[in-house]
Design a protein around this ligand. Structure first.
Ligand code: ATP
Length: 450
């Protein structure tokens, strides 16, 4: 099912995933704070990306550049001159529009007449140092990519990487967006995960296709349904002047198909620009062919916030459960903020010491949560709604047989396993083993009766 955006926003707030920034002061538009669950979700997304793209590859290294950079970087990259959107105001209702969102020069809200478009630079400007003068102008980076280009020679010299190889970076980016909205889809402060993959000219289109496929598959590996993802190839006439090809990975968000990630063949544009402006040689000597050339670059550029939104939308589900509706997030175990909840059947003092002992054993290896408030049914619902894949219940029988139940979020089925087998069993289930596979001494419990 496709959840409405307002329903998701309210779940995120109610359960501590995402809050409006500066809410007690009326909110800061297009800025969001990730709460106790949101911060874990985001870390898991970043971890998954870093693992797949850096740690598991021989041809990639990581980088973490400063957000403030020399102003000349943004002159060379073209951002100072051209990172701008056309801005138009409605003369009737005063609403402000981005040129791309307008057709026939009429206000999309009231049909009123619009002002002539004015170009508006999206970079946040500030000053480095105590004096607020033109010479001290600095920008908050609008993308992480440029830090990679300006460190290209440093990385080649220090790692002796040979082409093709890539540099990956994730971190905050800032854009003073004209139109915002759609929750965390378009923020003024957000996080990016970017790769610049340097290749020999001539092999660029082959690598471009490779990266489109790799990146598409990464989203499905996180559990996002294939039907909700599509590729949109940019037509040649719509490409940026430096790009040879560009394909967006789009997701079917509640407001419709929208960009999740862009993959572009940026040719040698960026390295040549930085060479020209800095006076430093950014060419590469190819020891295999004894040639010197400026590499071409393939750029897969993704947003962490948009990925988080796609994951939450995709995982949201509702199903009838007796007289009620069960709301659940069917999150992939790698992404779920809490993997296991430890729940004593009740607040009975006899159960609590054993439940805490079980939690202490589990938490050393698995991100888990202990909860003994409210009735067990309500606690299961709460865990379903935040997307916890497994709950472990300690009941009165546990005190006798030293065994506990594991309840699976998606099927609500339960198995009973000896405490000694618990951590290993949970680890195997979180790695994809079906619930039906029992550990030594384990047995079927609720949901298996028929
Ligand atoms: P859009 O057309 O939606 O503004 P874009 O084409 O300008 O996006 P890029 O410059 O290609 O975006 O940035 C790469 C990725 O960074 C995007 O695919 C998106 O995931 C993320 N991103 C860009 N702008 C924002 C924003 N304002 N808020 C959240 N994420 C963003």
């Amino acid at each position: 099912m496709k959840v409405a955006m307002d329903k998701l926003v309210s779940l995120c707030k109610r359960r501590g995933y995402i809050f409006q920034s500066s809410e007690i002061y009326g909110g800061m538009s297009a800025c969001w704070d990730y709460g106790p669950l949101g911060v874990e979700l985001k870390r898991n997304i970043k971890e998954a990306w870093w693992h797949a793209n850096v740690r598991e590859r021989d041809d990639m290294v990581g980088l973490d550049c400063s957000i403030l950079m020399h102003r000349a970087v943004w002159a060379a990259s073209g951002h100072e001159e051209g990172f701008a959107d056309p801005l138009m105001d409605c003369k009737a209702c005063r609403q402000r529009w981005r040129g791309d969102d307008v057709t026939d020069n009429r206000c999309p809200a009231c049909g009123g007449e619009l002002t002539e478009p004015r170009m508006f630079n999206l970079m946040f400007k500030t000053f480095a140092g105590p004096v607020e003068e033109e010479a001290a102008t600095a920008y908050l980076r609008p993308e992480t990519a440029q830090g990679i280009f300006v460190n290209f020679a440093n990385v080649v010299d220090t790692t002796r990487k040979r082409l093709p190889f890539g540099i990956a970076q994730m971190g905050k980016a800032f854009r003073n967006e004209i139109t915002t909205g759609n929750f965390i889809f378009r923020c003024r402060e957000f996080e990016q995960m970017e790769i610049e993959y340097f290749v020999k000219p001539g092999s660029d289109e082959q690598w471009f296709k490779y990266w489109v496929e790799q990146r598409f598959n990464w989203y499905t590996s996180l559990g996002i349904k294939k039907d909700n993802l599509r590729l949109r190839e940019h037509e040649k006439k719509d490409l940026a002047h430096y790009a040879r090809s560009c394909t967006d990975i789009e997701y079917l968000f509640p407001m419709g198909w929208s960009e999740l990630e862009g993959i572009a063949n940026r040719t040698d544009f960026d390295l040549i620009q930085h060479s020209k402006h800095s006076g430093k040689d950014l060419s590469y000597f190819d020891p295999d062919t004894n040639e010197r050339y400026v590499p071409y670059v393939i750029e897969p550029s993704a947003g962490i916030d948009r990925t988080a939104l796609a994951i939450l939308v995709d995982a949201y589900d509702e199903e009838p459960d007796k007289d009620e509706i069960r709301v659940l997030l069917r999150l992939h175990p790698d992404i779920a903020p809490v993997k296991v909840a430890i729940l004593p059947l009740s607040k009975n003092q006899k159960l609590i010491p054993m439940a805490k002992e079980v939690h202490n054993a589990v938490r050393k290896r698995i991100t888990s949560m202990y909860d003994d408030t409210q009735s067990i049914g309500r606690r299961y619902r709460r865990q379903d709604e935040i997307g916890t894949p497994y709950s472990v219940t300690v009941d009165f029988e546990s005190l006798e047989d030293n065994a506990v139940t594991i309840r699976e979020r998606d099927s609500m089925k339960q198995i009973r396993v000896p405490v000694a087998e618990l951590v290993g069993t949970l680890e195997r289930k979180l790695s994809g083993e079906p619930l039906e596979v029992l550990p030594p001494g384990g047995k079927y419990w609720l949901g298996f009766e028929e």
